[in-house]
Write a protein of this length. Structure first.
Length: 85
């Protein structure tokens, strides 16, 4: 078991989360895309907001994919949003 696996298991146990529910690779890919496509500080913030949405049951099933796509298209999305204003 590597450090990341050990940390994930420990945090899950501490917070009462089933580790099988944590898609570590998808979450790491998401935060990488956000950090590189949007801004570094946006990565942990995005992960937190995603966790809140999932915990509240409001996150769509494809939430990680949708947010990843937003990050990958950040420049275009902000241009379109500002153009609508």
């Amino acid at each position: 078991m590597n450090v990341l696996e050990e940390w994930t298991a420990l945090v899950c146990r501490e917070l009462g989360v089933d580790p099988a529910q944590v898609d570590r690779d998808a979450l790491l890919d998401l935060t990488k895309d956000v950090a590189h496509g949007v801004a570094r500080p946006a990565a942990p913030l995005t992960a937190y907001v995603l966790g809140l949405a999932q915990g509240a049951g409001t996150a769509p099933a494809d939430a990680v994919e949708r947010v990843t796509e937003l990050a990958r298209n950040w420049e275009r999305a902000t241009t379109e949003m500002l153009g609508d204003a």
